[in-house]
Design a protein around this ligand. Structure first.
Ligand code: NI
Length: 140
């Protein structure tokens, strides 16, 4: 099995808070990310697909087609957006790295061209903080 990873960048703003919590509890749980007017991050998204190279091309996937799908279905919808308000696939979710990476997986997984499959997503919110996801089937 071959694993192929491609990296994407987007910038977005968010505010982490739970409307069911008190102000005090929101500050305690989310810290600076609870600032009322939001703040931005320069996110990096690594997408890893796995498969066997096609003997005719030596490729797991058509990268141009893959790029077009990722950009139109994910990156264009997130870049320079407010993750609390602008992104339909993040509606009613607290935009933590954990929730964002799960939502991206669910959006992207139907568009990975067979026989390749989506293996892993890594979403870096900062150089010190990233979330990884490999799909619900690996949840325990
Ligand atoms: Ni933040």
């Amino acid at each position: 099995m071959i694993y192929l990873t491609r990296r994407y960048d987007f910038s977005a703003s968010h505010r982490l808070y739970n409307p069911d919590f008190s102000d005090e509890k929101n500050w305690a749980v989310f810290g600076k990310c609870n600032n009322p007017n939001g703040h931005g991050h320069n996110y990096e998204l690594e997408i890893t697909v796995k498969g066997q190279p096609d003997p005719r091309t030596g490729l797991i996937i058509d990268l141009a087609e893959f790029n077009q799908q990722v950009n139109s279905r994910i990156i264009d919808l997130l870049d320079h957006k407010d993750l609390n308000r602008d992104v339909s696939f993040m509606a009613d979710q607290i935009p933590t790295s954990e929730n964002i990476v799960i939502a991206i997986w669910n959006e992207l997984v139907p568009y990975i061209p067979a026989p390749a499959t989506l293996h892993k997503l890594r979403l870096m919110e900062s150089r010190n903080n990233y979330a990884e996801y490999q799909g619900a089937s690996l949840l325990r």
